[in-house]
Design a protein around this ligand. Structure first.
Ligand SMILES: [Zn+2]
Length: 269
């Protein structure tokens, strides 16, 4: 029965696919900014029973999109304050920072207040570390994530921050060029992101729906995800979107892949 339910949910998820972008506008530019370097002492936390005791390094990047209607920042990184903590911070991953997001924005002449929209895949600290750098930017988060209480209670964001709480996919500029995709499972209101660029073509950003290429290919679900079944459905949904749109798949924490990407001030168009 359980199997039937998940198969039905899977079919529904795949059916939703045709929707994330009827219109196919394009954004103008994409800048990749480095927003944290992590050292992991035991990779098996992200793949139970596999890679036990294996150390690795990974990254968290921020992605700045220029669209004719304004700027959008996808993911905000581990937090610029880490620049003052050379020994790093965090237990399961030790995060360090070599350059602040603020300095990378300044380098291309963008002020935080210029950014109309910010969106993070979810509320783990290596994704929302810099949200408060952008007090005037509209925060686009899934309602289930925004309203997910912290373990000790209380809100995950400053309640004064402007926010649009989403209930499913969201076409940010209304032309299909930048679409937030509901992909719950890693956390209750996790989202991924589809971006269309004229020359580069479409890119799907996983967020933490998958952390590493190998985990995506083998559909490995981290031990700490909030819902394993949803996590698997979300990976299938992403795979279907990638197949439908012929998008590149950018896996958020995959360092070998990120190392190949050009970094700001260079950009994709
Ligand atoms: Zn996460």
């Amino acid at each position: 029965m359980k199997r039937l339910c998940s198969a039905a949910a899977l079919a529904a998820g795949v059916a939703m696919l045709a929707t994330p972008a009827a219109a196919q506008g394009t954004a103008e530019r994409l800048y990749v900014m480095e927003c944290g370097q992590g050292a992991v002492p035991d990779l098996s936390r992200w793949s139970p029973g596999v890679n036990v005791g294996v150390k690795t390094e990974y990254v968290t990047n921020c992605y700045l999109v220029r669209h004719a209607k304004g700027w959008l920042l996808w993911e905000t990184g581990a937090g610029d304050d880490l620049i003052n903590v050379p020994e790093g911070r965090g237990s399961f991953t030790r995060w360090r920072l070599k350059r602040t997001l603020a300095s990378q924005l300044a380098e291309i002449g963008v002020k935080p207040d210029d950014i109309a929209f910010i969106a993070a895949s979810h509320t783990h600290f290596d994704h929302i570390g810099n949200v408060n750098l952008f007090p005037k930017s509209m925060l686009l988060m899934q309602k289930a994530e925004y309203q997910w209480p912290l373990p000790k209670g209380g809100p995950r964001f400053n309640p004064a921050h402007p926010v649009t709480q989403l209930d499913g996919d969201h076409d940010v500029f209304g032309d299909g060029s930048a679409v937030l995709l509901a992909t719950p499972g890693h956390t209750p209101g996790h989202q991924s992101f589809l971006l269309r660029l004229k020359n580069t073509g479409p890119i799907v950003f996983t967020g933490d729906a998958a952390h590493f290429r190998e985990n995506y290919e083998f559909r490995r679900v981290p031990s700490f995800n909030t819902n394993r079944e949803q996590s698997l459905q979300s990976m299938e949904r992403i795979a279907a979107i990638v197949a439908n749109t012929r998008a590149q798949l950018w896996i958020h924490h995959d360092k070998p892949q990120a190392d190949q990407q050009k970094k700001s001030p260079a950009f994709y168009d």
